[in-house]
Ligand binder design. Structure first.
Ligand code: PGA
Length: 246
């Protein structure tokens, strides 16, 4: 694992965008999985700017959704796909046919999950996975207790995730109760992974993720075993780790 501690969130975002761009320059046909949430927003803004300046093209990339709410219509205001589309997809040149989106309105969850896993297999697996860190240690919607071998599936959101997601949609009652997520098994096979952690509210979970035992009560601890993992953390989130690695 490579740990990069940045002075603040802006520097974290610049570093993250730089690494994504370098990756795509090296592997132009990358299969990307990019988290939503607040943490990657600065990175997306920088990627869009770099694309506009002609410094990077996503034309040969594919993109697979990491997670979304389930049992909501495709145009629901809380669609995580719509969030990703507004911040990134619609502003760059990824061809629509290269995008694998969850059908959040599917009436057959099992079949929908199998379809997405098959699509990833057909693409040859995930090349670059960019993750945020849930305050409860979730990765995507792999909530505490998720098996490390878990497949892509529909889950019931934990109380902690409902609470932390309320900031996106208004209040807790506005947060959908179900999610659909790539499973830990397929995420752990990603060839390159970038984890972004920012803000002092993440210090405790960041410490538990990398300094505690590997346990599925904190799904993110699976990253201790991840191949080619780069962690970018700002000083506020790094806590005592930042002084040790500075
Ligand atoms: P955040 O969300 O980036 O908004 O903190 C991270 C997550 O819950 O996975």
């Amino acid at each position: 694992m490579k740990l990069i501690v940045t002075k603040d969130y802006e520097a974290l975002s610049t570093r993250a965008a730089g690494l994504v761009i370098e990756h795509i320059q090296q592997y132009p046909s990358s299969v990307l999985v990019l988290a939503t949430g607040n943490t990657p927003l600065g990175m997306f803004a920088r990627l869009v700017n770099a694309y506009r300046r002609g410094e990077v093209s996503f034309h040969n990339c594919s993109l697979v959704e990491l997670d979304d709410y389930f049992n909501i219509s495709l145009d629901d205001r809380r669609s995580l796909y719509k969030w990703l589309a507004a911040e990134f997809i619609n502003q760059v040149d990824i061809p629509a046919e290269n995008i694998v989106r969850f059908n959040t309105a599917s009436t057959d969850a099992k079949e929908e999950c199998a379809r997405v896993e098959q699509a990833i297999a057909n693409l040859g697996g995930i090349d670059l996975l960019v993750l945020g860190l849930g305050p409860n240690g979730h990765l995507g919607f792999n909530e505490p207790g998720s098996d490390f071998e878990s497949a892509t599936r529909v889950i019931t959101l934990s109380a902690a995730s409902i609470k932390s997601s309320a900031q996106y949609w208004g209040k807790e009652e506005d947060v959908p109760r179900q999610g659909i997520t790539l499973g830990l098994k397929i995420l752990s096979a990603a060839r390159h992974t970038l984890l972004l952690v920012g803000g002092k509210q993440k210090t405790q979970i960041f410490n538990s993720t990398f300094q505690g035992p590997v346990t599925n009560s904190i799904p993110a601890t699976i990253l201790q075993q991840q191949q080619n993992l780069t962690v970018i953390v700002d000083k506020a989130a790094a806590g005592n780790i930042s002084t040790r690695s500075a």
